[in-house]
Design a protein around this ligand. Structure first.
Ligand code: KG4
Ligand code: ZN
Length: 421
């Protein structure tokens, strides 16, 4: 790695406040980077009290967490240098107050800490622009705009789902290749899949099958008509009296349950299209639980069996629709992404079923530690785009790397942003 593309990425689309810093190599044929730091500050424990993510609490927590997370990310990356920048403060204050006018708490922290450090040696700032919870996205986007302004660095808006796709393509490199600035630094190769590739994206807000015919060209060919897969896990967990987020809880219980104990429906499994529907399945679980409760039969064993049978219904549906999509699209490779990709039953079943049906297909699964929301995935997507001089979209405009320098003026979050837009 001679020349470097150093990117600082910010993710605040839901309930994790995350910042990562990477040094990307400039060899387009062999994309690889050194992750100097990747910090995730989770709000899960706070939202668990409410049984799910509360957007305004997420907004408040992101405001509280962003500056400490940034300082930690810079520190771990070896890029934190203290310096008094008092004289420039007066000039910047009005503009900063304008950019962060909705983030009072953050503005104070920004003034207290950030103007006392020197401008870090980075080339670009990337931020999740959407999709996500609007109040949560605003904090991250405005924070990124403020940094972009104070540090005079280009700003790039990244699609969260594109981040989930990109992170699945990372391959950790051996320790030998590592010239690390700190013990946390990890070296990654960004693998290039053969096209067309098919991605199954399963998270708390999305369930979609995405056909990628060539790099950066995304086409959603199937999606959920109601609940997302992760949402179904979370709702069923609630029905069973388990804590938020439900996915990990259900999969833990399911390990010791009988997946054949309950014959839950597989909605839309034989429909001719590639769409999904999980709300009927959730209702079916609800009715079963209500009946068992009435008869005082909802034992711990019964809960394990329900968890296993429900998980089986979701996994079966996802795997069968994925196989169908691979057949239709003649995909040469497959990518799994999103929070639900942490589910080991889903991972194992997809690998087994896809490779049995299509032995030549290459399967990319994200590292289990990178399935949940993090900023390394945003840095990875930004790196791939900037390395290939792909325009980054923001503020309703298509921006080249050059024009991105003034992007902070116009950039807005897009809560319903679709992948590839
Ligand atoms: O991608 P993600 O971290 O956030 C969104 O972008 O939504 O996904 C979170 C979702 C939650 O619904 C959570 O319950 C689910 O991923 N999840 C799981 C597992 N771990 C997390 N679902 C099933 N099995 C798991 N092991
Ligand atoms: Zn996500």
């Amino acid at each position: 790695m001679n020349k470097l593309l150093r990117i600082l990425a910010i993710e605040t689309s839901c309930d994790e406040t995350a910042i990562a810093i990477i040094d990307g190599g400039e060899d387009k044929k062999h994309p690889r980077f050194l992750a100097r730091s990747s910090i995730v500050s989770s709000q899960v424990a706070i939202h668990a009290q409410w049984g799910g993510v509360v957007p305004n609490i997420a907004k408040r927590e992101h405001q509280k967490n962003l500056v400490p997370v940034l300082l930690q990310a810079l520190q771990e990356a070896g890029l934190l240098k203290k310096e008094k920048r008092a004289q420039s403060l007066a000039k910047l204050t009005d503009d900063l107050a304008h950019i962060l006018s909705r983030e009072d708490e953050l503005l104070q922290e920004f003034k207290n800490f950030l103007l006392s450090i020197s401008v870090p040696d980075i080339d670009a700032i990337a931020v999740t622009q959407g999709p996500g919870l609007e109040p949560a996205l605003w904090v991250g986007v405005n924070f990124a705009r403020a940094l972009s302004y104070v540090w005079a660095k280009p700003l790039v808006g990244i699609n969260h789902m594109e981040g989930h796709v990109a992170v699945a393509l990372l391959l950790k490199e051996s320790e030998k290749n590592l010239r690390s600035p700190s013990p946390q630094a990890t070296s990654y190769k960004l693998q290039v899949p053969s096209y067309p590739t098919l991605a199954l994206l399963v998270s708390g807000g999305h369930t979609e099958l995405v056909l990628i015919k060539k790099p950066f060209q995304y086409n959603v060919i199937g999606e959920t008509r109601d609940d997302a897969a992760g949402e179904a896990f979370d709702k069923v967990a609630k029905i069973l009296g388990l804590s938020y987020p439900g996915g990990p809880e259900i999969s833990r219980l399911a390990q010791k349950g009988d997946a054949k104990a309950f014959a839950f429906p597989r909605p839309m499994i034989s429909s001719p299209n590639l769409d999904f529907s999980f709300s009927g399945l959730k209702t079916s679980v609800l009715y079963s639980v209500q009946k068992l409760k009435e008869k005082k039969l909802l034992t711990a064993k019964m809960k394990r069996d329900i968890a296993a049978s429900f998980q089986e219904a979701v996994v079966d549906t996802l795997v069968r629709k994925t196989l169908k999509a691979i057949q239709i699209t003649k995909a040469e490779s497959f990518i799994l992404g999103g929070g639900v990709a942490a589910n080991t039953t889903l991972r194992e079943r997809l690998e087994k079923t896809i490779s049995e049906a299509n032995p030549k297909i290459k399967i990319y699964l994200p590292a289990s530690s990178l399935t949940g929301d993090n900023a390394l995935m945003i840095a990875t997507a930004a790196y791939a785009k900037l390395l290939n001089n792909k325009p980054a979209r923001a503020g309703g405009k298509i921006l080249t790397q050059k024009s991105a320098k003034t992007l902070w003026k116009t950039m807005r979050p897009e809560a319903n942003m679709r992948i590839g837009e």
